[in-house]
Design a protein around this ligand. Structure first.
Ligand code: 3PG
Length: 309
């Protein structure tokens, strides 16, 4: 019997990506595609997952309720990197495999980070003199796929690159010609620009707090294309008040957006919706990878990139 793959994306993939995904599914005999795009209520998703065999999502919340509503689901693929939107325990309890597609949208996120950094240091293009990236120090807080893309782009701007990653050795970081920092404190106190590229989990939530922010140099810029939960917003607000030249750009509006903008709107830049992975190329890469991973899982029990136990 044919297997149903549901793509449920509150923030739809580019049309080109859907065309490619559809082709792959048609060519892999025994599968068919269901599409649920730009839905805006949970009940639609609950109904849509009921009879499907595989689910592809982006930042869509795959809660215990959603997983519970599915009768045939065997695999969920997060088309992207961060899987904090999926209830892994519930999936494991029901024997459902959860995967992500690491690296597939990394370049898009890194490019957006530079776009936002440039926007902010050029005073949002308001006509007043700004500053440049050239010869400045950029630090990657987390040196995974996005951090690596950031380093490559930074070198094109003649920036000096630094990275801190809890899970990587000095040798691994240095082999890319990137300076190694042994702690987040060292990174934050060394760099003019700091890019957050770590996942949100129990260990990292609110790890960027007042204490860490207070290590930053005068006039430093923090760019967050990761998750808002990583920031202790009380600490951020306080630091923005205490440090009148500190700049904060984020692809995820903080909960305290109104308050922050009331006090220092000139020093912040936020996207209206999470935009990092929102390019045709990233959608194609992560969408196609998701389908291929699903087909290989069903055909060969290939569990590459499984993130639950
Ligand atoms: C990711 O974790 O891959 C990025 O945050 C992109 O998320 P999105 O697919 O919801 O844009």
């Amino acid at each position: 019997m044919s297997k149903t793959i549901l793509i449920a994306t509150e923030k739809p993939f580019a049309g080109e990506a859907i065309v490619k995904i559809r082709k792959i599914i048609e060519n892999a005999a025994g599968y068919h595609l269901e599409l649920l795009e730009a839905y805006n209520d949970k009940s639609t998703l609950l109904k849509a997952v009921e009879m499907v065999d595989a689910l592809i999502v982006r930042s869509d919340k795959v809660t215990a309720e959603v997983i519970g509503a599915s009768k045939n689901l065997k695999i969920i693929v997060r088309a992207g990197s961060g899987f904090d939107n999926i209830d892994l325990d519930k999936a494991s309890e029901k024997g459902i495999v959860v995967m992500n597609t690491p690296g597939q949208n990394a370049n898009a996120v890194a490019e957006l980070a530079f776009g936002m950094m440039l926007g902010l240091i050029r005073n949002k293009y308001d006509g007043t003199p700004g500053t440049e990236l050239k010869n400045k120090r950029i630090g990657m807080h987390g040196y995974g796929n996005i951090g690596k893309c950031m380093a490559i782009i930074a070198k094109g701007f003649s920036m000096k690159t630094y990275a801190y990653d809890l899970y990587l050795s000095k040798a691994v970081v240095e082999q890319d010609g990137v300076n190694y920092c042994k702690s987040a404190e060292e990174l934050y106190s060394t760099c003019d620009f700091i890019s957050i590229n770590i996942p949100a989990n129990e260990e990292t939530i609110k790890c960027i707090d007042y204490k860490l922010l207070s290590k930053t140099k005068d006039g430093a810029l923090l760019i967050n294309t990761a998750r808002k939960e990583l920031i202790d917003e009380e600490g951020l607000l306080k630091w923005m008040e205490d440090s009148p030249r500190f700049l904060y750009a984020s692809d995820i509006k903080p909960d305290c957006t109104d308050e922050i903008n009331k006090k220092c709107s000139k020093r912040t830049l936020f996207t209206s919706k999470k935009m990092g992975a929102q390019t045709a190329e990233a959608n194609i890469n992560s969408g196609v990878a998701s389908v291929n991973q699903i087909v290989r899982f069903f055909e060969d029990d290939d569990r590459i990139f499984q993130v639950n136990e």
